[in-house]
Design a protein around this ligand. Structure first.
Ligand SMILES: C[S@@+](CC[C@H](N)C(=O)[O-])C[C@H]1O[C@@H](n2cnc3c(N)ncnc32)[C@H](O)[C@@H]1O
Length: 241
């Protein structure tokens, strides 16, 4: 079975050591392909694919039969449920990973807000700016473990792995939050490309937004962060542009 590139990137964020002891939640699993792929090839102890849509879960069950026809008494469960409520009602389950792909920043923030003590690690895949997620981590005593960016058909997808365990990627000021301390320590060409696109968008906006407005000042600040980051990268790469 093939996974879309976006979901394949998610699988790169998981630690497969002692995988047969790990429990994973695929929140908003839809077709269930990610859960099925992980269960089929990586032998998780238990995977729950949750989706609030009955049609989605019916499709996931169909796909389970298609890709795992031999399976009986297994530990791959597809359930119709509001993921946030389900998690609040199941705090007795020790969860190694919660994966949320394609549900947006607002949903991810609402999930973190639950402050679930029984969750070791979150992996989010989003198609919007994730600086709001970075900024919220300190408040919930969570840490950034890894980030990635993928460009598919001219769209950027952002991946962020968040853990309970402390990491070196500190978020101590707005610059680190906006650029992301992961990218301050790890150069990524696609990320640089994304920031260039963002710069162009901001410059266009500055023509139409009133000069003394809050939004204008916010954009100006973000632009400064982008220029600071670009300068540091060009210096590191020894490029005289
Ligand atoms: C855009 S799809 C993403 C599917 C899949 N994760 C992927 O990346 O291909 C979002 C899915 O999340 C489900 N969803 C939205 N809110 C939810 C919630 N509160 N609890 C469970 N599922 C939810 C929707 O029904 C939909 O199937």
């Amino acid at each position: 079975m093939n996974l879309p590139l976006r979901l394949l990137q998610v699988t790169q964020f998981l630690d497969y050591k002692n995988i047969n002891q790990k429990i994973l939640i695929d929140l908003g699993c839809d077709h269930g392909l990610l859960s099925i792929y992980l269960y089929k090839y990586y032998f998780f102890k238990k995977i729950y694919g949750l989706d609030q849509s009955k049609t989605a879960i019916a499709n996931a069950l169909k796909n389970k039969k298609k890709y795992l026809p031999e399976l009986k008494n297994d530990n791959l469960h597809f359930l119709v449920a509001d993921g946030l409520k389900w998690l609040q009602n199941n705090t007795n389950i020790l969860i190694d990973y919660i994966i949320v792909a394609g549900l947006g920043t607002h949903f991810a923030l609402n999930l973190l807000k639950l402050k679930l003590d029984n969750v070791k690690c979150y992996v989010f895949c989003l198609n919007t700016d994730i600086s709001k997620i970075r900024s919220s981590l300190k408040k919930y005593h969570l840490f950034l473990k890894e980030e990635a960016i993928v460009k598919i058909k001219n769209h950027y997808y952002f991946f962020i792995k968040i853990t309970k365990a402390k990491t070196n990627f500190l978020m101590e000021n707005p610059y680190q939050e906006f650029i992301g301390s992961y990218y301050l320590q790890n150069f990524d060409f696609i990320y640089l490309n994304y920031l260039q696109r963002l710069e162009e968008k901001f410059l266009k906006l500055m023509y139409i937004i009133p000069k003394k407005s809050k939004k204008y000042l916010l954009i100006l600040r973000k632009l400064n962060f982008i220029y600071k980051y670009q300068k540091s990268i060009y210096n590191k790469l020894n490029l005289n542009l």
